[in-house]
Design a binder for this molecule. Sequence first.
Ligand code: NDP
Length: 293
Amino acid sequence: MDSEFNWGEAMANIIDGKKISSEIKSELADRVKELKNKGVSICLCVIQVGDDPASSVYVRNKKKGCELIGIESVSYELPENTTQKELLDLIDRLNNDDKINGILVQLPLPSHIDENAVIERISPLKDVDGFHPVSVGNLCIGRPGFVSCTPAGIIELLLRSNIDIQGKECVVLGRSNIVGKPMSILMLRQNATVTIAHSKTSNLKEVCKRADILIVAIGKSRFVNSEYVKDGAVVIDVGINRNDDGKLCGDVDYDDVFEKCSYITPVPGGVGPMTIAMLLKNCVESANLQGKI
Ligand code: NDP
C-alpha cells in the first residue's frame, strides 16, 4: 500500500540559508586571516541617519558580522536633522580615507535627503551595497564590481544547493533596483532564460507557472500560492513581511507551495541570512577591486 507514496518526492528540499551563510562566513574568516598575514586589513564604515529601530537592528547585525569574520567596522550614528551636505561631506572624507574599504549608508534616509545623490557620492570602489549606477552598469556588462547583496546571496544559495541554472526558465517576480533587476541580470549571467514579472504583468499566474526557478520579491505576505508554481519548481522567497499575528512571513504561501516544489527557501532562515554574508563578502573582495592584494 505504501508503494504509491513516496514522501521523499512529495516534499520539497528546504534550502537552509542560515547554514549556507555560516559556511560563507567561515570561508570569509579564513580569507581575512590570510589577508592579515599579507598585511591587508579590511574596514567597513556604516552610516545611519536618524534612529529608525529597524535600521538600528540592521546596522548592529552588520557590525556583528564584521566582528565575526575578523574585519573592522566603524559607524557613524548621525542625528535625524543631519543635512544632505553634511552627509555628502562625510562620504567625501571616507572616500579619501585609505583605511576605509567599504562605505554603507543604511537606507531609508530621512525624506529631506536625496537617496540617489547619496548613493552616487560613494566611490564605486567602496560601494559594498552595489547600489551605485557604476556598480549596476558593471553588473549589466559583466565587468568586475560590487553586486547587490540579496540577489548575489540567492545565486550562492542556488549554486551551493547544486541546483542547475543553465538553460532553465527563471521568472523573477518584482523589478526593484535592489532585488528584482540585479537578480534577473545575475540569472542571465548563469545562462537561465529570464522573465521579469511585475504588478502590470498580464496572466501573472501563467507566467510564474512557466518557471523552473521562481524568485519572488514583491513585499506582499504569502501572495504566491500553489496556483503560481509548476510541479517540481525551485521557489526562492525574498519577502520579509509580518502576518496578522505579527510573525515573519515571506511573499510565498510556504505551506501551500511546499509539496509542489522541489526546493524552497523558508522565511525566516532562507534568503535573509545571505544578505549580510554577501555584504561581508563584498567587503573582503573590496581589497581586490582597490588593488590592495
Ligand atoms: P519594492 O517594493 O521596491 O518592489 C516590489 C516589486 O514587486 C515591484 O517591482 C512591484 O511591481 C512588484 N509587485 C508588487 N506587488 C505586486 C503584485 N501584486 N504582483 C506582481 N508584482 C508586484 O520591494 P523590494 O524589491 O525592495 O523588496 C521585496 C520584498 O523583499 C520585501 O518584502 C522586502 O522586505 C524583501 N527584501 C528582503 C531582503 C532580504 O534580505 N531577504 C532584502 C531586500 C528586500 P511594480 O514595479 O510594477 O510596482
